[in-house]
Ligand binder design. Structure first.
Ligand SMILES: NC(=O)c1ccc[n+]([C@@H]2O[C@H](COP(=O)([O-])OP(=O)(O)OC[C@H]3O[C@@H](n4cnc5c(N)ncnc54)[C@H](O)[C@@H]3O)[C@@H](O)[C@H]2O)c1
Ligand SMILES: CC(C)[C@H](C(=O)O)[C@@H](O)C(=O)O
Ligand SMILES: [Mg+2]
Length: 352
């Protein structure tokens, strides 16, 4: 099969982890007889530096024409530390998600057996964790009206959801739950927020169409606690944009490192695969970042293209790499040797 991938490495550790993901993809393609063509494009701070625009039109065209997009990370301290900056790398990521219609972001949270003791949580609590958070990705407070009054003394961000926006992401979550343990948890703040009450109403109505899926509702503050107190109780979680962002960084603690969490951002026409983590600027250029989230995102990409055996081969290679203890410093036990980003990528590729 000929596979056309838009490659958006972005900023910070983005280029380093994407280099390892493509290393593994190339090896997988060679093994299974596929041909991958990458078209690289700019996004984030790298795109601002080159063009003044964090999501240039050329990048958008390359993404739209590709079979799938593989994205690294964006973000740079020179913008993080300047709240008055007019153009920001994060705008590139948000515009891209909106322009490509990527309304559902699937973030699997699992724990690999060799890493059960790498979490600060008890091994017995995290062992067996296997849930997916479906995060709404193109609406809510991230895309509402925002600004300041003319005296620059009051700032606002508004959270808006339409029933259609809620329904389309709920359907993704219900269908996904139907293929798993048939248990959906809707996370909201319906005791306070009107948008959340609309989420809850819409979920109750939509649930009638999926009678084999049991649904429960949980307030986000309680969910933040329950996810790390009893993670194995969850199967599929669905929630709005900002709650999903925060809960999944928290959930990465179960997996041992944020460097283990992959994701798929899905729309009607396009699909993009991205680690959950950011550009981790402190590690940029040091060859120390964990490339596994990016490699696992590449596995999700293969599976999305219907290449299940290829995706499984990548996952098996990750299993073997973890079992061999070939991990970056974020995952090492005291006294255990750590490996460089590129060495971990080499090892994973060699296991395919
Ligand atoms: N999707 C994205 O591109 C994305 C996501 C989150 C943050 N950001 C941006 O990234 C920049 C840095 O933000 P931040 O520090 O809050 O979040 P971050 O995810 O970059 O890093 C937070 C912490 O997580 C750990 N970490 C993250 N990725 C890792 C990896 N691959 N291997 C090992 N450890 C890893 C590190 O301890 C790091 O200090 C900001 O500019 C932010 O806006 C981008
Ligand atoms: C960088 C930021 C805009 C982004 C988000 O909040 O969606 C990031 O945290 C993520 O999780 O992909
Ligand atoms: Mg985030």
């Amino acid at each position: 099969m000929d596979i056309n991938i838009a490659l958006l490495p972005g900023d910070g550790i983005g280029p380093e982890i994407i280099a390892e993901a493509t290393k593994v993809l190339d090896r997988t393609a060679a093994k299974f007889g596929h041909r991958i063509r990458y078209t690289e494009a700019l996004v984030g701070a790298a795109a601002i530096d080159a063009t003044g625009n964090p999501y240039p039109d050329t990048t958008h065209c390359i993404c739209r024409e590709a079979d799938a997009v593989l994205f690294g990370a964006i973000g740079d301290p020179k913008y993080d530390n300047n709240p008055k900056a007019k153009v920001r790398p994060e705008q590139g990521l948000l515009r891209m998600r909106k322009a490509l219609g990527l309304f559902a972001n699937l973030r699997p949270v699992t724990v690999y057996e060799p890493l059960v003791d790498r979490s600060p949580l008890k091994a017995d609590v995290v062992r067996g964790t296997d849930f997916i958070c479906v995060r709404e990705l193109t609406s809510g407070i991230y895309f509402g009206r925002q600004g300041r009054d003319r005296h620059d003394t009051r700032a606002y961000d508004t959270c808006t959801y339409t029933i259609d926006e809620i329904e389309q992401v709920l359907r993704v979550a219900f269908r996904l739950a139907g293929t798993r343990r048939r248990h959906l948890t809707v996370v909201d703040k319906a005791n306070v927020l009107e948008t959340s009450r609309m989420w809850r109403e819409t979920a109750q109505r939509t649930a009638c169409e999926y009678p084999d899926v049991t649904v429960d509702f949980m307030f986000v503050d309680n969910a933040a606690m329950q996810i790390i107190r009893r993670p194995t109780d969850f199967d599929v979680i669905v929630t709005e944009n900002m709650f999903g962002d925060i809960l999944t960084d928290e959930a990465s603690v179960i997996s041992g490192s944020l460097g283990m969490l992959s994701s798929a951002s899905i729309g009607a026409k396009c699909a993009l695969f991205e680690p959950v983590h950011g550009s981790y600027p402190q590690a940029a250029g040091k060859d120390i970042a964990n490339p596994m989230a990016a490699v696992l995102s590449a596995a999700l990409l293969l599976e999305h293209l219907g290449l299940g055996a290829e995706g499984r081969a990548v996952r098996k290679a990750i299993d073997r790499t973890l079992a061999a203890g070939v991990v970056t410093e974020d995952l090492t036990a005291p006294g255990q040797r750590s490996y460089r980003t590129s060495a971990v990528g080499d090892f994973i590729a060699a296991q395919i």
